[in-house]
Design a binder for this molecule. Structure first.
Ligand code: SF4
Length: 350
């Protein structure tokens, strides 16, 4: 059982991050924010697959202005990603952004920070202090590691915001290097109670990036650290959301949509289990409800080995058994494997 670190709850639009709230799944659009139509379409795709907060890049005033129209057409909170120019943060707030992400590495002028904080406070809009190992501010304290520099950058910015009587704060400390990221989050988790946004930055293409993210984010979540996660992958952001939920489901922290349990197949299998598992996976992607479905290669051991599954099939030569909660409910011939399994899934969900 995971005991979560106690963090201060924070509201982003309709979503609460931290406190007793579930761990929230976020992503970021990859469209040009100024292309309102494309951005709205992508946010809707993300919403459909379970994304709960979306961040959008705000590289210029046109993008900051676009937030007001985008917001009218989507249903999840929008966080404006701001770098370098504090005026973009002010514009994004005016346009109705539900949160800001500021990088302490590139907006450092205290007067500019104060202007942003004043505007955010008036609207009660939270700010994520998003520290990135690749763009750290020059450090005033002698440090021994990148992780420590990241923590210090966050603590300095927290101090600066708190001195302006602002505490609607969330923190992220992202690096590509997994041990660095883990060290940074562990350290900050013991020093503050603000909610933590976890991620491994620039994690890579889907396969390697999903593994890096699962290891880094997964280790922290297992220690109870983390209130919201974003998986960064070089692909459509839908895959970031799917991967985030797989991480959360693996640790029993959230239930979301179906989970496929499939045996790897081996010399004992007498049917093509890999193709069957792929076909089942494709069909399960159209279902939103949580259900565990097993595809196993042995009639004798399958139901027992997959006893965690709600519904499953154990395949033998020419025939297989459909089971429910470990108990056999019917025997089917090979041509009906897929159809019979999906029919049982439907029955289970109704
Ligand atoms: S369930 Fe059967 S076919 Fe699948 S890996 Fe195990 S022994 Fe092999």
């Amino acid at each position: 059982m995971i005991i979560r670190r106690q963090s201060k709850p924070l509201r982003f639009g309709t979503i609460i991050i931290g406190g007793d709230a579930p761990i929230i799944v976020q992503s970021m659009t990859k469209t040009d924010t100024r292309d309102i139509q494309a951005t709205v379409i992508q946010i809707k795709e993300l919403t459909d697959c379970g994304c709960e907060i979306v961040r959008i890049a705000v590289p210029d005033f046109e993008a900051a202005q676009a937030i007001s129209t985008i917001k009218k057409n989507v249903s999840i909170p929008i966080v404006a990603d701001i770098h370098f120019d504090y005026r973009l943060a002010l514009k994004a707030l005016k346009s109705g952004a539900d949160g800001l992400r500021l990088n302490p590495g590139n907006i450092r002028n205290p007067e500019q920070v104060a202007k942003i904080v004043k505007a955010a406070k008036q609207r009660q809009t939270p700010i994520r202090i998003g520290v990135n190992a690749g763009s750290l501010p020059p450090s005033s304290k002698p440090c021994v590691s990148i992780a420590e520099q990241m923590v210090n950058a966050a603590l300095e910015q927290i101090e600066s915001l708190e001195s302006l009587d602002f505490d609607l704060i969330k923190i992220s400390l992202k690096a590509f290097d997994v041990p660095t990221t883990i060290e940074a989050y562990r350290t900050i988790a013991s020093k503050i109670t603000y909610p933590l946004h976890l991620g491994i930055t620039e994690a890579g293409l889907p396969r390697a990036g999903a593994v890096r993210s699962a290891v880094g984010i997964g280790i922290l979540l297992h220690e109870g650290i983390g209130d919201t996660i974003r998986v960064s992958l070089s692909t459509h952001p839908r895959e970031e959301v799917d991967t985030a939920y797989e991480i959360l489901k693996s640790l029993d922290l959230r239930q979301h949509g179906p989970t496929l349990i499939s045996c790897p197949s081996c010399g004992r299998a007498e049917v093509d289990i890999i193709s069957l598992a792929e076909s089942v996976d494709k069909k399960l992607r159209k279902i939103n409800k949580p259900i565990k479905v097993a595809v196993m290669g042995c009639v004798v051991n399958g139901p027992g080995e997959a006893k965690d599954a709600d519904v499953g099939i154990a395949c033998g030569k020419g025939k297989g058994v459909i089971f429910r909660k470990g108990k056999i409910v019917s025997t089917v011939t090979e041509k009906d494997f897929l159809g019979a399994l999906m029919a049982e899934v439907k029955n289970f969900l109704n």
